[in-house]
Design a protein around this ligand. Structure first.
Ligand code: GDP
Length: 322
């Protein structure tokens, strides 16, 4: 059942993460005040009993499941158990508890890395499980595939209105800027900033710079989440019988081109050194957005604008004063 009452209670799982904080901001801006938020220090989503008790006590009507163990290409490679097991546990527990407590609608956030490495571009939702995965993020991908299938299974067997959104590479204010564990955009933003400020004016870029990625601003995916929450079930299922939606910006670019745009927006002019000892990962993962577009949703934020807002946030919150 869709969200049509501003008094409804909405649990945002993972509200301190990049996506969760954008979802909370969007819901607040839209007048939803009855939000249920619980820090991970108070609720370990990997523990089924705690999650069951939490749902019993709070009885959320709607859930946005944005909590996940996430990280860039190297973090996936270094912590495969965490990426596989933590994500499986979080999803299993939240989806089970939401089912048992009769949540009206749940949005499960996945990622486009669930699709086969060689999927035809732009990737349609129907490409799921049609070929082998990219090896560098297979642990995370398998967990997210299990989440999508759990949503579909709960719908099929128990008529639960659980929807899966697959997002492309996210970026935005509040991102992880750790150089080892982050994704490419915040990592390069930080490297370029630090190289420019220090006067060295040289940065290392992992891999060949040739892989192409599609970047989506965090506030846009939050907008998509709320759009989907508010859309009647029959409209969603009409365009997505498998209750899955890709969410992307609609254009991709190479990592090298991303560096150029970052430099233009950040007004830096660093020399790029490509470190070929680091993995490239999937060559390309542009998604087909047509399902959401058919319902009337498109990502509103151009890449340069999103990068500028993110850089302003980075300078105010992360960058050390020089
Ligand atoms: P992916 O989409 O799962 O591969 O996630 P990432 O955002 O971690 O990486 C995207 C692409 O950017 C890969 O080809 C990386 O090799 C490349 N890349 C270049 N420099 C960096 C960096 O400093 N950090 C990360 N995470 N990726 C980088």
């Amino acid at each position: 059942m869709h969200l049509n009452n501003s008094e409804s209670s909405i649990y945002v799982a993972g509200h301190t993460g990049l996506l969760g904080r954008a979802v909370v901001k969007k819901l607040h801006n839209d007048g939803y005040q009855n939000l249920i938020l619980q820090p991970s220090s108070a609720l370990d989503l990997r523990c089924q009993r705690s999650v069951d008790d939490f749902f019993q006590d709070n009885q959320p009507e709607f859930v946005i499941l944005a909590a996940a163990r996430v990280g860039g290409i190297l973090a996936n490679d270094q912590f495969p158990t965490d990426f596989l097991v933590d994500n499986l546990s979080i999803q299993l527990n939240v989806l089970n508890a939401a089912h048992k407590s009769g949540v009206k609608r749940l949005i499960f956030l996945g990622s486009t890395c669930i699709y086969p490495r060689e999927a035809p571009q732009p990737i349609k939702e129907t490409a799921l499980l049609s070929g082998p995965l990219e090896i560098t993020n297979q642990w995370y991908a398998v967990a997210k595939i299990a989440g999508v299938l759990q949503c579909q299974a709960l719908r099929r067997q128990h008529n639960r209105d659980f929807i899966a959104l697959m997002s492309t590479n996210l970026y935005g204010p509040g991102d992880n800027f750790d150089l080892e564990s982050s994704h490419v955009l915040p990592a390069l933003m930080r490297r370029l900033h630090e190289a420019y400020e220090s006067g060295s004016k040289e940065v290392t870029v992992w891999g060949s710079g040739k892989p192409r990625r599609e970047f989506l601003y965090s506030e846009d995916i939050a907008d998509a989440c709320v759009f989907v929450l508010k859309t009647p079930e029959e409209d969603l299922l009409h365009v997505a019988p498998d209750s899955m939606f890709n969410v992307g910006y609609g254009e991709d670019l190479s990592i090298r081109d991303l560096c150029d745009i970052l430099q233009e927006v950040m007004q830096t002019d660093c020399k790029l050194n490509f470190d070929l000892s680091k993995p490239d990962g999937t060559p390309r993962k542009l998604v087909d957005n047509s399902r959401l577009a058919q319902l009337g949703w498109n990502a509103p934020t151009p890449l340069r604008k999103g990068i500028l807002h993110t850089y302003q946030w980075y300078k105010a919150n992360v960058a050390k004063p020089s």
